[in-house]
Design a protein around this ligand. Structure first.
Ligand SMILES: [Fe+2]
Ligand SMILES: [Fe+2]
Length: 398
């Protein structure tokens, strides 16, 4: 084989032509390299030494040139390399059941050189994290991102009675606190997840970004006409802390996404419906759209998990009971939030309005219960157990 470099230097891109020939050469085939570039001999000799190829410089004939005999050092570098699954998650064995930690950050489907460092990812078991729906849910989320600045009518004019505005501020303060928990939980697991499960990582990342946006718009609504936010209670934080502290991915995702965010779906739609101003309506409507996806992913991977490991249901039921016991002595939803929701749903201090507000609030808690019950049954719980478990859900809603 023969490579003509002409005036092109090895360090000017000529190396690519040489490497291409080395790759194409048959076993024990010599390659002659001709060229007039200054220092070609020096560059070629150094490169061959680094790669383990034999190198000879022929200057006894008319035109001096190099002859190299490729040796296997270069190819042996990729000896022992392994293909890290397939980029396409639907390919046969595309997503490994237990991707080795030595695959590290490599893109799924890449050829990974032997000797790469092992990473300390703790979520390495496909059954615990994977869902075939992750690709679809991520694509939907990416397409549904909205810009808080342009999509919410921040400049719409409205004036509310002082106490109704106070109620909205209190509700928003409570929402921000809960959104913060909903951001922290997936964010913590992203860093523990083996990147081989790329689509799940992407879903969790965009979920965290959604909740970051919710924190922003709720805060902004609260401060629209006020200098200060409302109250944060110890019992509310205690309830959220049990979510933050949950070390198990499946259990945390069950408590947060299926039960907590599922319950929040009802709450956000309730606020959207009875909101006294167009901005509160808009922020809750947009947040509810995002939350529906968060719930959908929690349901999707847990359903697949339970299908493969039915004993998982007992663990999930146990997690609800444990959380209920841990929160038994706390006040649950703070009275300030409850009263604010009631006043908002009533719309005025009229007796008949207040009675109607109270009825709407009762309908909300029934709606929340029905939603949780339905999702628990979809996961595989029997109806009576779904009833019982839904009733044990935290009174803080999330
Ligand atoms: Fe959220
Ligand atoms: Fe969320």
């Amino acid at each position: 084989m023969r490579v003509e470099l002409g005036e092109l230097g090895f360090d000017e891109g000529g190396s690519l032509l040489v490497k291409r020939c080395v790759r194409a050469a048959a076993e024990n085939e010599e390659i002659a390299i001709w060229g007039t570039a200054h220092e070609l001999q020096t560059h070629l000799r150094a490169w061959c030494r680094s790669q383990g190829h034999e190198f000879r410089w022929m200057d006894n004939g008319d035109t001096p040139h190099a002859v190299i005999l490729p040796r296997s050092l270069a190819s042996s570098r990729w000896h022992g390399a392994e293909r890290a699954g397939q980029a396409d998650p639907l390919a046969v064995n595309g997503v490994a059941e237990y991707p080795p930690r030595r695959w590290g950050l490599a893109a799924r489907g890449a050829l990974v050189e032997a000797g790469a460092p092992e990473f300390d990812f703790t979520l390495v078991n496909k059954v615990e994290v994977w869902s075939a729906d992750a690709t679809r849910i991520y694509a939907r989320a990416a397409a549904a991102q909205w810009d808080p600045q342009t999509v919410i009518p921040w400049t719409a004019e409205f004036e509310l009675p002082v106490e109704v505005e106070d109620a909205v501020v209190q509700i928003m303060t409570y929402l921000v606190e809960n959104e913060t928990a909903a951001l922290v939980v997936p964010s913590r697991f992203i860093a523990q997840l083996h990147p081989h499960f790329r689509e799940v990582m992407q879903v969790l990342a965009i979920q965290a970004a959604d909740d970051a946006r919710h924190m922003e718009v709720f805060t902004r609504r609260a401060l629209l006409k006020r200098q200060q936010l409302g109250l944060s209670t110890a019992s509310g934080q205690q309830s959220l802390k049990t979510l933050i502290d949950e070390p198990d991915f499946a259990v945390a995702s069950f408590l947060l996404s299926v039960l907590g965010e599922g319950t929040f779906l009802s709450l956000l739609r309730f606020i959207e419906r009875y909101a006294p101003d167009p901005i509160t309506t808009a922020v809750c409507r947009l947040a509810a759209q995002d939350e529906a996806r968060h719930v959908a992913f929690g349901m999707a991977h847990l359903r697949e998990h339970v299908e493969r490991r039915p004993e998982m249901l007992a663990r999930l039921a146990n997690a609800i009971r444990k959380r209920h016991d841990a929160l038994r002595d706390t006040a649950g939803l703070n009275a300030e939030v409850f009263d604010a929701l009631l006043l908002m749903a009533a719309g005025s201090w009229d007796w008949s309005d207040l009675r109607r507000g109270q009825q709407r609030l009762m309908a909300l808690t029934r709606d929340m219960h029905a939603g949780r019950r339905k999702r628990l049954i979809q996961l595989g719980f029997a109806e009576t157990e779904a009833d019982e478990l839904s009733a044990l859900h935290t009174r803080n809603f999330m």
